[in-house]
Design a protein around this ligand. Structure first.
Ligand code: PEP
Ligand code: MN
Length: 289
């Protein structure tokens, strides 16, 4: 056994498709012309939640101008508590229309979260990639439908799951016929971290472990992993430095007033500044950002 978690036997019996066999090259996943898993470090940016038409257009224009390769925007939000309000809401299909309009306007492909297996066909009309949130990582009927749908999938790691479970979830999508899966580390829960109140901690080594055991591209979500604006830039730089294939970031016109996750979103100037830093690091590593 070479690992506490995934084993050589798993490669044969449990993850023959998602696992990396000896000598197997990295898989490139193409999303609307953007290649994950190649030389380019793919930056996805946009609002956690699409709040209205204008904020989606403004955010799309800003992240496009700063050099993002793709946009994100949530229209279906998995909120911890069931109480929605004028602060905590989701726009549903109306939000997807704004996301698709921002895609037309900028030419950037988009990713959005799929919460419900019944919405797969509807979402497929609006988005280039479907995000499976951390909480749905082991929603097996959803993974099966996404396998059959064939739309590229961004598979978040559940905050309580190890690599073996994560790759098992990817296997479901591949097994049901969809080879276009990108893995995303988004922070895990740990009993002791640097501060009592931190909800998640970035498992940066998971990028290495996932790449060791799988051929699939691996990105990091520094926004949801840190939950803390001041940490987002440094963890983004660390993701590039450690060899991740990209990052996904929350960016908002007025971060402090974001409807969901106001503590972590970056402002437009902060995102632009970070893109400059990433290009400098990428340049030193022979990677395009
Ligand atoms: C998100 O990206 O909007 C999100 C809810 O992330 P996670 O599933 O990682 O919590
Ligand atoms: Mn969020």
């Amino acid at each position: 056994m070479t690992s506490k978690d995934v084993t050589e036997a798993d490669l044969q019996s449990n993850i023959p498709l998602a696992g990396r066999h000896p000598g197997q090259a990295d898989t490139i996943v193409n999303v609307g012309g953007v290649a994950f898993g190649g030389p380019k470090f793919v930056v996805i940016a946009g609002p956690c939640t699409i709040e209205n038409h204008d904020m989606m257009m403004d955010t799309g224009d800003a992240v496009n101008a700063a050099g993002a390769a793709m946009m994100r925007g949530g229209a279906f939000k998995p909120l911890t508590f069931p109480y929605r309000s004028d602060k905590m809401f989701q726009l549903g299909e109306e939000g997807l229309q704004y996301l698709a309009e921002a895609r037309e306007r900028t030419g950037l492909p988009v990713v959005t979260e799929i919460l419900d297996v019944r919405d797969v066909q509807m979402l497929a009309r609006y988005t280039d990639m479907m995000q499976v949130g951390a909480r749905n990582m082991q929603n097996f009927p959803l993974l099966e439908e996404l396998g059959k749908a064939g739309v590229p999938v961004l598979l978040k790691r559940h905050f309580g799951c190890g690599l073996r479970d994560w790759l098992g979830a990817a296997e479901y999508i591949l097994y049901h016929g969809n080879p276009n899966v990108v893995l995303c580390e988004r922070g895990i829960t740990a009993p002791h971290t640097h501060q009592l109140t931190s909800r998640f901690i970035v498992d940066i080594e998971a990028v290495l472990a996932a790449k060791e055991w799988s051929h699939l591209p691996v990105i990091v979500d520094p926004s949801h992993a840190t939950f803390k604006r001041a940490y987002v830039g440094p963890v983004s730089r660390a993701a590039l430095a450690i060899g991740a294939d990209g990052i996904i970031l929350d960016v908002h016109p007025v971060p402090e007033q974001a409807a969901v996750d106001p503590l972590q979103a970056l402002s437009f100037p902060a995102f632009d500044n970070l893109m400059g830093e990433l290009r400098a690091i990428g340049g030193a590593m022979g990677r395009e950002v």
